[in-house]
Design a protein around this ligand. Structure first.
Ligand code: SF4
Length: 303
């Protein structure tokens, strides 16, 4: 599979006057290949959404690089790329659709971006499992799951090579969650696109992702094939995440909190960021950050 999105040592900072700078993304590296689904997981506030928003130009990188299809994503190129190659589906389908416009008109915007004169909004609705006649209705006439399908149809209309879902199922009923996640996977993969799927629902990520990336306090701490990470998580944080899932079959969402206090991202711990919460902490962990992959932990230092 060819590389589609490559994020290398990305840093994104949040600056508020009079307050310390927060490095929401603190040197994260990640790759998504064409036709591949990558699930990005981690506790709330770990920087997942900030990373995704940097990819589409909604957050500016302080350092590091993002390249899409081999071309560096520069500020000048962001808007054009965002409008064509990369589309994002947001958490809240209520907020991401314009309540005053018919859904068919909103989907038609994407078709215009792609220069697609042969497809109709009704065709896109059919692809996401909705009746064609919904095109003439307004967003308030639909359920949350239906609205998210409409948002996906609008994103697909622009023929993206990369689809990003930023917690796209967390506002939906349980019954709609896996249906929408599976739909995103099927539509992305069948068109040869990549999918970066951000979620705190590990059971859904396990269901749809080829690879899983685990993020902690602004950094990717483990990346691997989903089945392998699930069977044998290597980073102590990944082990804690999977171990905290309440159901023995591995189904369930991340707990609201793992044991130990989450450090302040404005003042992260020296050394390994996970060391204050790690049951396997060693002396080296307190002074030196493990800066290697695919498992950023001194217990798994490459030889
Ligand atoms: Fe734990 Fe040390 Fe590994 Fe960090 S580097 S996860 S503190 S063992």
């Amino acid at each position: 599979m060819s590389s589609l999105l490559k994020i290398d040592d990305l840093v994104v900072e949040h600056r508020t006057p009079g307050r310390p700078v927060v490095r929401a993304v603190a040197g994260a590296s990640l790759e998504v290949r064409a036709g591949e689904v990558v699930g990005l997981v981690g506790e709330s506030g770990c920087g997942k959404s900030t990373l995704a928003r940097a990819v589409v130009g909604l957050n500016r990188a302080a350092s590091g690089s993002i390249s899409f299809e081999g071309t560096p994503v520069t500020p000048l190129g962001l808007r054009r790329r965002t409008m064509t190659g990369v589309q994002m589906v947001f958490q809240d389908p209520y907020a991401s659709l314009n309540p005053r416009r018919r859904v068919g008109d909103q989907i038609a915007d994407g078709l215009r971006v792609a220069g697609d004169a042969t497809s109709s909004p009704a065709d896109l609705l059919e692809r996401v499992g909705l009746p064609r006649e919904f095109a003439s209705r307004h967003p308030h006439e639909f359920s949350g799951g239906q609205r998210q399908r409409i948002a996906i149809a609008r994103a697909l209309a622009a023929r993206p090579r990369l689809l990003i879902g930023d917690e796209p199922i967390s506002a939906l009923d349980a019954s709609a969650q896996s249906q929408v996640a599976t739909l995103m996977r099927d539509l992305a993969v069948s068109s040869g696109a990549g999918l970066l799927f951000i979620s705190h629902d590990l059971s859904v990520v396990r269901l749809i992702a080829d690879r899983i990336a685990v993020m902690y306090l602004g950094r990717i701490v483990e990346v691997g094939d989903t089945a392998e990470v699930w069977a044998e998580p290597r980073h102590p944080y990944t082990q804690a995440l999977l171990g905290a899932i309440p159901k023995p079959d591995g189904m369930g969402v991340l707990p609201a909190e793992l044991p130990g206090d989450v450090p302040d991202p404005a003042d992260p711990p020296q050394g390994c960021r996970f060391h204050p919460r790690c049951p396997l902490v060693m002396d080296v962990c307190r002074v030196k950050e493990p800066e290697f992959g695919p498992v950023a932990c001194w217990l798994h230092e490459p030889s």
